[in-house]
Design a protein around this ligand. Sequence first.
Ligand SMILES: Nc1nc2c(ncn2[C@@H]2O[C@H](COP(=O)(O)OP(=O)(O)OP(=O)(O)O)[C@@H](O)[C@H]2O)c(=O)[nH]1
Ligand SMILES: [Mg+2]
Length: 989
Amino acid sequence: MISTPPLKALQLNLGFSSFVGTNQRVFSRGFVGINGNKSWRHSMFLSTKPVLKDGSLSFSGMDALTSVPDNVVLTPFTNSSAFVGATSTEASSRHVFKFGEIRDVRLLSLFRFKLFWMIPRFGNSGSDIPIETQMLLMEARERPNSKEPSYILFLPLLDGDFRSSLQGNSSNELEFCVESGDPAIITTESLKAVFVNCGNHPFDLMKESMKILEKYTGTFTHREDKQIPGMLDWFGWCTWDAFYQDVNPQGIKEGLKSLSQGGTPAKFLLIDDGWQDTINEFQKEGEPNVEGSQFGGRLASIEENSKFRRTDTGVQNEAPSSLKDFVSEIRSSFGLKYIYVWHALMGYWGGLAPNAPGTRKYNPQLRYPVQSPGTLANKWDLSLDSMEKYGVGTIEPDKAHQFYDDLHSYLVSQGVDGVKVDGQNILETIAAGLGGRVSLTKKFQQALEKSIASNFQDNSIICCMAHGTDALYHSKTSGITRASDDYYPKNPSTQTLHIAAVAFNSIFFGEFVVPDWDMFYSKHESAEFHAAARAVGGCGVYVSDKPGHHDFEILKRLVLADGSVLRAKYPGRPSRDCLFNDPVMDGRSLLKIWNLNRCTGVIGVFNCQGAGIWHCMETTIQPKVSAELSVKVSPADIEYFEEVSGKQWTGDCAVYSSKAGFLCRVSKEESFDITLKILQCDVLTVSPIKVYSEEIEFAPIGLLNMYNSGGAVESIDSIRDSSNTEIRIKGRGGGNFGAYSSTKPKSCSVNLKTEGFNFKSEKHLLTCLQKVERGKSNMSYAYLFKYIIIGDTGVGKSCLLLQFTDKRFQPVHDLTIGVEFGARMITIDNKPIKLQIWDTAGQESFRSITRSYYRGAAGALLVYDITRRETFNHLASWLEDARQHANANMTIMLIGNKCDLAHRRAVSTEEGEQFAKEHGLIFMEASAKTAQNVEEAFIKTAATIYKKIQDGVFDVSNETYGIKVGYGGIPGPSGGRDGSSSQAGGCCG
Ligand SMILES: Nc1nc2c(ncn2[C@@H]2O[C@H](COP(=O)(O)OP(=O)(O)OP(=O)(O)O)[C@@H](O)[C@H]2O)c(=O)[nH]1
Ligand SMILES: [Mg+2]
């Protein structure tokens, strides 16, 4: 098996004869020096209740805050956690309570610098805790130089109708703010405003705290218990930065086509803002652009606009007849698996048009957003400013579910699979008179999630502009939320901020959802930086390239030939030693992001220094940054590594640098230096070296050509007999597979076929190339037909294939082991058709393997040898297998091979014809040696299949028939619509 289907099996036969010493260390260029200064950490939970006594909030005797005012109330909860609140003498809709003085700690705050977006802030005093902080992590040490720090987590919560946030002040104090968002909703106290917890493992602490809160509040669900949409595993394309609001059907087709032709087909499409039916009284067509006026646009109906639906019969109108038609056409032409569209939480930026016939029934009322003092104190935002000016046509809360249900069921009727829902945090600004921010958010969130669940199949929603805790703590089912501000391709100073912000935000978001890293351009100066981040982010991978503007070198390191991506297991987060260092502005720290795959760990290293300034820190003096910075990297940076290391682990790891292309062996305690220039990055695969027999130590790296190489390794196990150890690796994709091996293998095979391999004994690097087909040939066909060749051993099956694909004859019987593969393009009815041919082994012992290839074949060549009667006698048994395991409509061509050997003939032509007639087969005698009838046999089979398609025998959207629809027969962007391509559904490999 070579490129598709994606499952691969690599077997290595490692013998003892060529054993090479295992303890020899090899260090590559790029890794400077090895340090044994790290120790392996184990998680441990503290079991001392937090105590508030004599004005000090302490955990296990260690003070977290001092000078805690008397009105602060602590309610112990679990062994290490508590709720904190406060009382006031006056009732108000907003209180700011003093919490206490900060001790000698390091701080990480995640705060909203704008209503819609959150970023990190680092520091060690009260003034380093910005207003609107939604998560605060403190690192404290019991004694000044104690080795193991403790972490104290502060999570401001929702308490009744009130929502809390944290902030610090210049007197080195921590404060918390509780507010209802409605002047009429007032209180004198909030007793469970903040949750505090303490532990010595920051990631366990975070997760345990969220699990406790999930159970306690009952308002949200932890990521681990949510259904995660399938589109995350497939490469995507979003239309936003390709077209902005000018998105149109023709442009979408061009983009999908150029990505497919380059060899990285998009399987997920997101049609962003620009498809909806909107009206805008603040920006008239033809008038000069008014900045921000797009946010005054309002939804006029739930249906698509005239770019996506032909509204008149005028000949000039090139629009598809409906969204449904367009969706169905692109799905079948480009093999799209998921098509999502964008909408705002309120329908559109400016909400619903109050008086439009299509929206009137949701009773929209114009409301003018009012920000809380918290978000007002931070950064001005154009979108919000515009919405404040133009107002938001707010759906009547009791009609929210009806609106979402109408919209989503309409989209489903058009073939759309899911939605991205933007602008979610707007609710907190329009909640006055509507029950306050907490209850309004809850109402809309429930209405939205209910509609997603009842209309879409796959929990298909991406939440966006939803960084407020009002929404997060009501996230019951939504599985993906954008974790960053927008990607701004034209702004060089935000690229590093983007990566750092998502990594840090993921510490918090990653507990609720799979953080979404947003789109990027593959052809851009920071493209590799973004690509590497997506590779370790455990997130979806989607670009927003303009059609034809792609860097396929970069994309091919993220996307396999079938359009899938190697997604790591967890939300990618900063390593423990990075948690309190500012990777953007301290002038020294590099950012390390850790993750795990099924069998390996991975670390992304990013130099984010010197290229940008954090929001709200514009006046901070920046230190001088040197051209290159170094950081220590160790296997110990990867949390939960025990999930992949297992029992046979030597304690050492094979580390492969995707940037330097080098392999080295380090122990779990060791670290090495990585040096990077500004905006440079590296992705390191860290694979546990395991013992497979006394002498063999082995670690798979995966596909060396991919950023997340180890993501391609799905499982590894071994079989051992007296003289051999066979290591079996199941993986995905094609390309150069690499592994660390202490000894040179005797042989190496891919899907049972022996392959050549390369072994660099001094580096212990074993590589084996698995050919991969990509690009034009992959997609530029009208149809792809899968064939299988069957028949007894030695009848000439492989020779027939070789003659057909390579026009060569192989005189020696090269026994086929398992299944081999070949492909060629042919033309039928002026349509390019790709034949993908599986050549099976005739030997009886492979019969069970062969059987698994019948399913999914559109055609079969059943071959016998006219000089050997027994091969003819066995036809009945082959046919029986085919009838049992293949689909009923499979076209079977019977071939009497070796007709050049007429003098040794044992089966007459008539007998062959008769057998074919009796069993409904096509028949031909052929010779793989002289090529007589070889072309004809393959082409006639294809012509028969093609005819069956024309006759409607197959549902071509169902891949089990062995037929895929490509777009080769469909005209490109400049052509008109192809009346003959009436195929619906279908999927391209
Ligand atoms: N004269 C002649 N010899 C042929 C022809 N086709 C195949 N052979 C020979 O027959 C032998 C077997 O051919 P293969 O194509 O390897 O047979 P196979 O059916 O693939 O066998 P398995 O892989 O074991 O199932 C080889 O020695 C070929 O050279 C042909 O048309 N004419
Ligand atoms: Mg063969």
